[in-house]
Structures are given as structure tokens and as C-alpha cells.
Write a protein that binds this ligand. Sequence first.
Ligand SMILES: CC(=O)N[C@@H]([C@@H](O)[C@H](O)[C@H](O)CO)[C@@H](O)CC(=O)C(=O)O
Length: 320
Amino acid sequence: MAFPKKKLQGLVAATITPMTENGEINFSVIGQYVDYLVKEQGVKNIFVNGTTGEGLSLSISERRQVAEEWVTKGKDKLDQVVIHVGALSLKESQELAQHAAEIGADGIAVIAPFFLKPWTKDILINFLKEVAAAAPALPFYYYHIPALTGVKIRAEELLDGIQDKIPTFQGLKFSDTDLLDFGQCVDQNRQQQFAFLFGVDEQLLSALVMGATGAVGSTYNYLGKKTNQMLEAFERKDLSLALNYQFCIQRFINFVVKLGFGVSQTKAIMTLVSGIPMGPPRLPLQKASREFTDSAEAKLKSLDFLSFADLKDGSLEASS
Ligand SMILES: CC(=O)N[C@@H]([C@@H](O)[C@H](O)[C@H](O)CO)[C@@H](O)CC(=O)C(=O)O
């Protein structure tokens, strides 16, 4: 299998799909977006067409074009491009998986189908296996996001013996707050070289302690540099500094969550921080309000997140 030499690790930005004011995909800014992630945020891995990318709100043809554009523009700049190919239709998912392989993506990820749902581990595995088989040379990641799919099969259960069924299985993207489930996934698979990618940005430090090998999230688009500083502090075993970074990031996320935070708001914040127009979201999502953007901007400034100034140890008490 032509698997990447390097395991997927560190920060992975869940990319936004930029759109024009009239709701079409704005492919023209993707090159600039790649450069921004690499140069300004130090983020060299991306997760395309996921939740943040409104993947399930795009047509299959649009998903193919978006994936292609990121792979093309990321060539020789990004380390890994993982394409989310989950869909309600197995056929569509397989088509997208095959397409990801053809365009040279580094991996595919799949959520559980969420309308007619799999109710047991074996049924879910059967679905995932069929998708993975459509791209037999690509690393496969299961994208666990039970709050959105409604499929509550524990990841720990799913991972038990998974490589016997899906030989290309390489890791888990865990977008849930159940750290017991996450910890057990790590603990019970220590002999494997799986990637354990955590997807709740405001709790990443706790997941690192549990053994996360990386993280996929929306905030790494604009808080990647700050989060990388937290990862470095953790790596150096400077837990006190790492916690300062995590608390600082939490202050921002907590603030926006109270205002109402989702993909629309992520688009607005990214436009503000990067200067690259992300445009409105697609229906049924609604554009973030001006009031939200102004409040988020004020908070980012108060936390020094717009100047990217380094956080000093002890600044915990200084900012609010
Ligand atoms: C539900 C949701 O959108 N979760 C985000 C987080 O990054 C989330 O925005 C962040 O933790 C703030 O709550 C990611 O897990 C989603 C993600 O990785 C994706 O876009 O595929």
C-alpha cells in the first residue's frame, strides 16, 4: 500500500469552503488560503469537505472540485490532505473515495451515515469497509462525531479488530467530549500505529494527556499558531505553560459559544483574521451577524490573538 511515510500528526485544519456572496464556491482564494495556513498559522495538514467545509451541503460534483483544488494548490506546500468522503449513499461515498485516490490525496475519512443509520458496530464497519475498498491504497480514518450523526456506537467498540476488516484503517478523528471513550481507544490500541486525532479544540490539552497524536479542528484555521505553541509546551513537558495556552484558547471559544458558534461564525472569524473572504455559508445555515463579528473581533484583540503576540507564562491572570 502506498501509505505516507509519516503518520498524520500535529494540527490539521478543518478547511472552510469559501463561497461567493451568491453562494457559489469561490475556488479563486484556495491558493491564498493554503499559503495563509502554512505561513501564518504553521498548519500543514488539512481536512477537506468535513463539517466546517459544509461537505454534506455540497453536491458530489462540487465536492470533487473542492478536493481537487486543495490537492492542486497544496502540492509541495502541505504535508497531508485528507478528504472527507462520507455521504448517505454508499455509491456516492465510494465515488468520492475513488476520486480522492485519483487526484493524489493523502487519506480519506468517513462519518457514519446519519439518515438511515447503522445500529450496530458490525453494520457500521460493513459500510465503512465498502467505502475504504474503493480507495485501497489510501489511509482510511473514521470520523466519529456522534452529536451530529446521531450514531452513538462507541469508538472504542468500533476500533476493536478494525484492521482485520478494513486493512487501510489508519486512525480515528474523534469529535466528541467523551474522554473515557477516547482514552480507551488509545489504551487498547497501543500496539498499533494509529493516528488519534482529537476534534474538540477547547479540550485538546486533556486529549493530549490521554495520548492524542494530533488534532483536527475549525479553530486551527485562525488559532493554529497559538495552538502549536500549546503543543510545543506540552512536548517540552511544560504543563503550566500549555495550560495557559489552553485556557486562553478556551476563553475565546467560550465567549463565541455563548454568542452562538458554528460553521457560519467560523467563516466570519476566518475572514476577519486572515483577510481572505470566506463568504456566507450555504442554506440551511445563516450568515453570522455583524454584531457577532464585532464582538468576536473585540475578544480576539483583547486576547492578543490578532497580533499573534506570544503568550507569556503567567499571563493567565492578565487577560480576561
Ligand atoms: C462540531 C464541530 O464543528 N466541531 C469542530 C471543532 O473544531 C469545533 O469547531 C471547535 O472545537 C469549537 O467548538 C471540528 O471537530 C469539526 C471538524 O473537524 C470538521 O470540520 O470536520
